[in-house]
Design a protein around this ligand. Sequence first.
Ligand code: GUN
Length: 295
Amino acid sequence: MATILDGKKVASDIKNEIAAKVEAIKSKGLRAPNLAIIIVGDDSASHTYVDGKIKACKAVGFDFTLMHFASTISEEKLLKHVDQLNQDEDIDGFIVQLPLPEHISVEKVTDCISPVKDVDGFTNQNFGSINSKNQLILPATPFGIMELLRRYEVDLEGKHCVVVGASRLVGAPISMMMLEDGHATVTVCHKYTPDITQYTKEADILIAAVGKPGLISADMVKEGAVIVDVGTSRVEDKSRKSGFKLVGDVEFDEASKKASYITPVPGGVGPMTIASLLLNTIRAYEKQHSDEITG
Ligand code: GUN
């Protein structure tokens, strides 16, 4: 039976570390870090994620600024708000929650974010600098995955890491980190890969980041593999008050009998993404206030 990679617990440890830093900052008479969140429209899953981020800000003593716009907002207006946040000295970092309505270009919006305030790590500059040694801000979800594996002392070097999903948010950046930081041999499968099983079966480390419940069944997993499940889909569950439950891409019950380590959904990668967002925000704050903090 696999060891659970308990993202909730590790994220809680990280939040305690950040809270102590915030206390130290405040004790110098400085203001707390301030994270702004832009959310467009009324997608209930997105609002749930944003609520989680706000709760985490409160838990570590950050200030936060929530900006909620109707789904009819024009791209031009949204870009103006992004630019205002870029200029606002009281905001240390901000994110634009995705997805955005179809009439708004995600690329245009994310690339309008100043790289020093891009605490999601989505801008071309931060994405392109992932493997630079002095990189301050890393894409939040891959950063969280690497940190989770590091804290459980999972050995990556020379291992075969198979990433299923090549998205700009997770699949692409985690493959680069696994290669450069982890020194793993990396295979990336995507929607054009005809038979993913031939690769998943060979994976010492399997990272599933597609968002398709049941995509990875136990027979697709190698004995002793480390499984990181990034997929988070809502499926109907009438027995719950909310009417749904969250499930990953991996068939957890069976796969956990074969794996050596596995992340649960929920409670695995999700909380680590939020912890990384907080870490990126405090790094952005420290960078922008370095004179005051050290002075
Ligand atoms: N939508 C789903 N995951 C994320 C995330 O990590 N950041 C943002 N901004 N939007 C998301």
